[in-house]
Design a binder for this molecule. Structure first.
Ligand code: NAP
Length: 255
């Protein structure tokens, strides 16, 4: 009996490893720059097919043409959408499902608007929730039926260390990232038996556009590629293992 179970697990692991050697379909939001672009690049470098979105069409097209030039054999398709708007999330999800069955969804699009709860602009909480939480919530719900039908897959939600602790000048951003972590944890619980893995990624400071012009030394904080490498590695495990949380900080600690 024990040997039977072991054999079944070995066969499942073997098939899973074969699958990893074949290309996977990767959907990445906020892929035109920063962490999202670095994630797109590492999956393209490993031969996987990419379905990318971000808000500004010109920046997205530039990212796609740079990646396509570097990795000509990989399918890279893109669709610009403002994911803070529910109808545009719906347009993007329909576009994805017409082209592919998602294997990996990376909810990365987001923006950081600093502020204090006591005096940040009116409407800031709504803007931050729409961009950082509802984008991921609506897109995941739209793509899930297709992933559930295949009985495998992986969803990453790019949260933040501002999801874990109060964050200086974090204001509504921190509220939205706490909520995204809550979304991620509940999704993980719900999908435990479905074969779909869920990983919450909580990075500290990463040198991207958000930090350009801040005067911070790029060597003091992490590189976008550090986050991409951890995400890629988390996709390489056996089907019976999931990395639930990735918490990463600059070696010298938070700023
Ligand atoms: P970034 O360089 O500013 O890139 C953000 C990406 O998200 C861009 O492609 C942007 O497209 C897209 N985006 C923003 N709002 C959008 C919207 N409403 N609809 C569609 N796309 C939208 O930022 P990043 O630093 O790489 O951050 C990526 C993620 O990591 C965010 O969720 C951020 O909160 C999180 N994070 C960042 C850090 C950090 O220190 N950098 C730390 C922890 C967590 P457009 O430019 O066209 O708007």
């Amino acid at each position: 009996m024990l040997i039977d179970i072991e054999r079944k697990y070995n066969i499942a692991s073997y098939l899973y490893c074969i699958l990893l050697l074949i290309f996977m379909n990767i959907i990445i939001t906020g892929a035109s720059k920063g962490i999202g672009y670095a994630i797109a690049e590492i999956f393209a470098a490993n031969g996987h097919h990419l379905y990318l979105t971000s808000k500004t069409e010109s920046a997205l097209q530039k990212a796609v043409s740079t990646l396509q030039h570097q990795y000509p054999s990989v399918v890279i398709d893109s669709f610009p959408a403002d994911l803070s708007v529910k109808s545009e999330v719906s347009d993007f999800s329909k576009w994805c499902l017409e082209r592919t069955t998602p294997d990996i969804l990376i909810n990365n699009a987001g923006n950081f608007v600093p502020g204090r709860l006591q005096d940040e602009a009116d409407g800031q909480l709504e803007q931050q929730l729409n961009t950082n939480l509802f984008s991921a919530y609506h897109l995941t719900r739209a793509l899930l039926p297709s992933m559930l039908a295949t009985g495998a897959g992986h969803i990453f939600n790019i949260c933040s260390i501002a999801s874990l602790n109060a964050y200086e000048n974090g204001g509504s951003y921190s509220i939205s990232k706490f909520a995204l972590l809550g979304f991620s944890k509940n999704l993980r619980l719900e999908l435990k038996d479905s074969g779909i893995k869920v990983t919450a990624v909580c990075p500290g400071a990463v040198f991207t556009n958000s930090w350009a012009g801040s005067g911070v030394d790029p060597k003091r904080i992490m590189e976008a590629n550090d986050i991409a490498k951890m995400i890629y590695t988390a996709t390489q495990l056996s089907p019976q293992a999931v990395v639930e949380d990735i918490v990463m900080r600059p070696q010298l600690g938070d700023l």
